[in-house]
Design a protein around this ligand. Structure first.
Ligand SMILES: [Zn+2]
Length: 351
């Protein structure tokens, strides 16, 4: 029997007409998902983003043995100690029990900093990449590395997924080999004048890393970011920022124009006027500034140079759920600034 190409029975034609647009839509969604997942990589080479895996299979616990202690947020010391990233456990070891997991760039980016002196930082050997294509421009940080790949030097551009080093257990404090892991963060850089702030703190140790000290970064909720990428809900950092719920809003009265506002104009509701008198800043529960409204003299009245902070709004349900004792601390209907949030504000406003 001869088949005639390009013709279908009326029934098939009807089905195509009815389901064609639906199929097209489904292909489009699947395509976009693949695109997002293909552009953003889990920081361990060859591993998929763990969407539904139990966290004990992915996250390295601290000496407490609780996997939650390796997650992002106020997960240590009853919520008073903030962990700014996630600790990804080693799943590959050689016969001496040394990790062989390869660490890779999560997005295309430029090497901003490489610290090769493991003993000079609690991060041990670490690399920071700057992702200039993202809005806002974020940094990713890879810590406790055993070694850094050849050619990974400041200024070098890396492709997304490109190997930058080997997982390890380097740190000034020392981490046992059995708990070797990758400490991973994505975040914003708080100030260009980090050293001036550092000098005022009278820390016992010297800052060997300039503006690339980990304290100069405010991190986002890492695993939440990756899971949204894997679910196809987010294809870029810009998309992700739109999903971050506002937990509280502060008004900082000051006529200062911090460099943070100049480096992150996309977070501002409008171009900051030269006679700015205050900043209304929306924060996530973990203290990430997500949107900023500059206020002028006409809108506010006169402010002086030293910042004065007032809580304008808070989402009590969200804050009660996240129980962070180092960002905005709520109690008996009131609230106060926690230790980490105070540092973020000091660094942003340079006080
Ligand atoms: Zn960590």
């Amino acid at each position: 029997m001869q088949e005639i190409e390009g013709t279908h029975s009326p029934k098939v034609k009807w089905r195509l007409r009815a389901f064609g647009p639906l199929l097209f839509f489904l292909f489009l969604v699947a395509g976009l998902k693949t695109l997002a997942a293909g552009r953003i990589f889990w920081p361990i080479q060859g591993q998929e983003i763990p969407r539904h895996k139990p966290i004990a299979q992915v996250i390295q616990a601290t000496s407490s043995g609780k996997p939650e202690s390796g997650l992002f947020g106020c997960v240590r010391n009853n919520g008073y100690k903030f962990h700014e990233g996630i600790d990804i456990k080693s799943v590959r070891r050689d016969r001496y029990n040394r990790p062989t997991d390869k660490v890779c760039a999560v997005l295309p980016g430029r090497v901003a900093y490489v610290n090769l002196h493991g003993g000079k930082s609690s991060y041990g050997i670490y690399v920071i990449l700057e992702h200039t294509d993202e809005k806002p421009r974020v940094y990713s940080l890879y810590a406790h590395l055993h070694s850094v790949a050849a050619g990974v030097v400041t200024g070098k551009n890396l492709a997304g997924g490109q190997v930058l080093g080997l997982m390890g257990n380097t740190a000034s404090s020392g981490i046992p080999r059995s708990r070797a892991h990758l400490h991973f963060e994505i975040g914003l850089r708080l100030t260009d004048n980090f050293q001036a702030w550092y000098n005022r703190q009278k820390f016992e140790t010297k800052n060997d890393h300039g503006i690339w000290n980990g304290m100069n970064m405010v991190g986002l909720d890492t695993l939440d970011f990756f899971r949204k990428v894997a679910d196809g809900k987010v294809g870029s950092v810009e998309d992700y920022f739109r999903t971050i719920p506002e937990a509280f809003r502060l008004r900082v009265r000051t006529n200062k124009m911090p460099n943070f506002m100049k480096r992150y104009p996309g977070l501002l509701s409008k171009t900051a006027p030269t006679n700015v008198q205050a900043w209304d800043i929306a924060f996530s529960w973990y203290g990430m500034p997500t949107s900023i409204i500059p206020l002028t003299k006409a809108e506010l009245g006169v402010a002086d140079g030293s910042p004065k902070v007032r809580i304008l709004k808070m989402n009590k349900t969200l804050l009660a759920m996240t129980k962070c004792r180092s960002t905005l601390v709520t109690s008996n209907g009131g609230a106060r600034l926690g230790s980490n949030l105070k540092i973020y504000l000091e660094l942003i406003f340079e006080v």
